[in-house]
Design a protein around this ligand. Structure first.
Ligand code: HEM
Length: 137
């Protein structure tokens, strides 16, 4: 069972200038996206842990798909350079087991405090409302 599925790929979005792309080798956590992927799980599993830039580009993914990629970025590739892999090599599984190192740049701290406020603010509003109702009737 795969617990975390990391895919490496160049981030291509309209919001990223072409000249900046070379320095934007992103690490994507596509674990949750697996089941949603319109192209199926299999193709993503095949490139898990590897540079999937070419495979992604070859399909001719739509602009929406290219922008969707940003949603799954969890880090950038250390050194920010990915060796160009020939598509022939990708088909040949044995030559496609090069290791890459990556580090995570996003942490869940912000979303934790956000979840805290999302829970307590509505509770506070409801409390104030009922308090008001009790006092006015
Ligand atoms: C996080 C990365 C990826 C995202 C967000 C993504 C998203 C999508 C989306 C939205 C579609 C629907 C068609 C479109 O809008 O272009 C699609 C189709 C597809 N994707 Fe991906 N994809 C990803 C990675 C990949 C990779 C790495 C491969 C290949 C190794 C792949 C292969 C395909 C295939 C074969 C289709 C079906 C194309 C068709 O039916 O014509 N995708 N993907």
């Amino acid at each position: 069972m795969v617990s975390k599925l990391l895919m490496v790929g160049r981030l291509s979005s309209d919001s990223i200038k072409k000249s900046d792309r070379q320095a934007m080798e992103g690490v994507l956590d596509v674990t949750k996206f697996l089941e949603e992927h319109p192209g199926g799980e299999e193709v993503i599993l095949e490139v898990a842990g590897k540079d999937a830039t070419k495979e992604f580009d070859v399909i001719g993914h739509s602009k929406a798909a290219q922008n969707m990629v940003l949603k799954y970025q969890v880090g950038v590739l250390q050194g920010a350079t990915v060796q160009e892999v020939d598509l022939k090599d990708v088909v040949d599984k044995e030559s496609n087991t090069k290791e890459m190192s990556a580090f995570v740049i996003k942490e869940g701290a912000r979303s934790k405090s956000l979840a805290f406020y999302e829970f307590f603010v509505p509770l506070l509003v409801a409390g104030l409302y009922f308090g008001y109702r009790c006092l006015t009737y």
